[in-house]
Design a protein around this ligand. Structure first.
Ligand code: GDP
Length: 331
């Protein structure tokens, strides 16, 4: 991060909107730069109940990634994992389609137990983050159930059935966020987004359709982004016409959307003031009518994550200095 951005951010807060694996990588970099000045607002549209347990895949990915407990080989779950529970469950003829490692299981059991005792998901997540030694604030987008459901070529599928059981195979026709209309806004999220100390909002390079849209569909959040005086900057999850991982590109094709960073800019139109694209896609800037910052965005190492986080924060602070934030959203 430049000295100028460092100075502008002193004593200020940054909010990052984040899904699972892709988003958590940038959140890790931002957390390294900002520590307790960062709030990560996480998608809970993927949450579901399985075997009587409340499972929050994106929150857990963010908790494990920011605490350094993530399993980098598998790309999900915890490191140093063992699988005795799944083996014993299989012996009993139990459901095997969703893998739960032994250590990971402890988080789901404890969360389910405390939610049933009356704790909110916001409170439990804060407690888990503190136990894991995470300084940044991690907030579920909402305490009420908002659930991502997909209309596909083989019928209507809840998110985890589509993602894990069917491995994103069925063609996606439409995406819904059940419960979003009637959910209560999260007071903690809204107060972070309206905090007078806020300096920038970052949309991480998460799947825009499955990870970020549920956050934006949650009451109050889209409006907060539209009305905020601070710069809102997104990082494109598309590199060279492909998604780094997961079904983003496949879904874009199925929905008739071009797999480019320009399409990502269009998707967030009216919400963002600037887009960070990969250096390989610098040419896309010509077809994007907001400021574009082209830098390497592939995060293979911790250093990549920190470097990209610094680039994103520099870009956001430059938008403030040039007075170009808000103009893009207003136009
Ligand atoms: P999920 O909920 O676990 O699928 O994770 P996310 O929605 O947060 O992230 C999925 C998106 O992250 C995909 O569209 C990937 O293209 C993107 N992604 C993953 N790693 C990277 C990376 O290193 N750089 C960029 N720019 N995008 C990434």
């Amino acid at each position: 991060m430049s000295a100028a951005a460092h100075d502008s951010l002193k004593g200020k807060r940054v909010v990052a909107l984040c899904g699972g694996v892709g988003g958590a990588k940038l959140a890790f970099g931002l957390a390294r730069k900002l520590g307790s000045d960062l709030t990560v607002v996480v998608n809970t549209g993927d949450d579901f109940e399985h075997l009587g347990l409340q499972i929050c895949p994106d929150i857990d990915t963010v908790l494990y990634t920011l605490s350094g407990l993530a399993n980098r080989v598998l790309g999900w779950g915890r490191a140093d994992e063992s699988w005795n529970f799944m083996e014993a469950l299989a012996d009993l003829g139990g459901e095997k389609w969703f893998n739960l490692g032994d250590r990971d299981l402890a988080l789901h059991v404890e969360r389910t137990h405390l939610l049933r005792a009356g704790m909110t998901l916001t409170e439990f997540t804060a407690r888990a983050a503190q136990r894991f030694g995470i300084k940044s604030r991690i907030l579920p987008m909402c305490d009420d159930a908002v659930r991502t459901v997909l209309e596909t070529s083989i019928g209507v599928l809840p998110f985890q059935r589509y993602f894990v059981e069917y491995r994103c195979g069925p063609r996606v026709e439409k995406i819904f966020f059940y419960g979003a209309d009637s959910a209560a806004a999260s007071p903690a999220v809204l107060s972070e987004l309206q905090n007078t100390e806020l300096a920038a909002i970052v949309i991480c390079p998460s799947n825009p359709y499955l990870s970020v849209d549920p956050i934006l569909a949650t009451p109050g959040i889209r409006q907060a982004l539209e009305n905020t005086p601070v710069p809102v900057v997104a990082v494109s999850p598309i590199i060279g016409g492909k998604a780094v991982k997961g079904p983003t590109a496949k879904i874009m094709e199925e929905l008739g959307i071009e797999v480019t960073s320009s399409a990502i800019a269009d998707h967030y139109s009216g919400l963002i003031d600037g887009l960070v694209v990969d250096a390989a896609d610098a040419g896309d800037a010509n077809s994007i009518d907001i400021p574009v910052h082209a830098v390497p965005t592939l995060m293979s190492s911790d250093e990549d994550r920190e470097r990209l986080a610094g680039d994103v924060l520099d870009f956001a602070m430059r938008l403030v200095a040039s007075g170009s934030q808000r103009q893009a959203r207003a136009s």
